[in-house]
Design a protein around this ligand. Structure first.
Ligand code: IPE
Ligand code: IPE
Ligand code: MG
Length: 241
């Protein structure tokens, strides 16, 4: 059993690049989808761990705008697992006080999946204990491009003065407009790269790269990384002390 002391100076918003499902499965001689399935079970455990770690916002990278480059079998397998996750978890998420949102471009997703995403958002929108954001067909550059397009449309319609556009204005058009910036970004599987995740929002996030593959990422590993974050000195460009 982990200690249940609430971190007072811990991260409010943690974002996770859940990586390594394929390698986890392959090292067991199993198909990649088996790893994605195991990864889905970890999501459940990590979401449940948030309240006692004092984490109010959890954002997870489930499918990137670049992941369409994978085989058709893997992509359709992942889409099937997303549907299954929503179906199986909706009630538990509602009861646990989790408010679910999706970020990313929904236009290229199966309308049936989009329908399920919309329904889960609606079902949980009164919840406030943990805000779970699932990045699905999400890319940081794509998000900024889509935001810029909508901003330009507002200018063209005469509703927005171009001289007034600043960082806050652009942030209002991002998929994450209602979320605080992440304090901590974790990537599993030993890769030390961002892979197009929350490019704008992570300007001052702390990063943690762990060699653990996502299907092996337990609530205890999560708690250790969160505890380490609290010891860091965040300066935001200023000279402190
Ligand atoms: C992360 O695991 C899940 C997705 C990107 C959908 P990977 O599928 O990238 O696993 P590895 O990196 O190939 O091991
Ligand atoms: C990033 O992992 C995307 C998700 C975790 C959903 P990838 O496995 O797709 O990233 P690269 O290809 O190693 O950069
Ligand atoms: Mg990967």
């Amino acid at each position: 059993m982990r200690e249940t002391t609430k971190q007072t100076d811990g991260p409010d918003h943690v974002a996770i690049i859940m990586d390594g499902n394929g390698r986890w499965a392959q090292s067991r001689g199993r198909p990649r989808l088996f790893g994605h399935q195991a990864g889905g079970k970890r999501v459940r455990e990590i979401v449940r761990a948030c309240p006692e770690l004092g984490i109010r916002y959890l954002t997870i990278f489930a499918f990137s705008t670049e992941n369409w480059k994978r085989t058709q079998a893997e992509v359709s397998g992942l889409m099937m697992l997303f549907k299954r996750y929503i179906q199986k978890e909706a009630q538990a998420l509602l009861e646990q006080g989790v408010c679910v949102r999706f970020i990313g471009d929904r236009d290229k997703l199966d309308p049936k999946l989009v329908e399920m995403m919309d329904a889960l958002e609606k079902l949980t929108d009164q919840n406030d204990l943990v805000h779970l954001t699932i990045a699905l067909n999400y890319g940081g550059r794509d998000e900024v491009a889509r935001a810029t397009k909508r901003l330009a449309q507002e200018v063209a319609a005469g509703r927005l003065d171009p001289d007034s556009v600043d960082e806050t204005t652009l942030a209002r058009f991002l998929d994450t407009c209602v979320l605080p910036d992440p304090d901590l970004v974790i990537r599993t599987s030993g890769e030390a790269r961002i892979s197009n995740f929350l490019l704008w929002q992570s300007a001052y996030a702390e990063y943690e790269f762990t060699p653990v593959l996502w299907p092996d990422f337990t609530a205890d590993t999560f708690a250790e990384i969160v505890a380490k974050f609290s010891a860091r000195d965040r300066r935001f460009g200023a000279v402190v002390g």
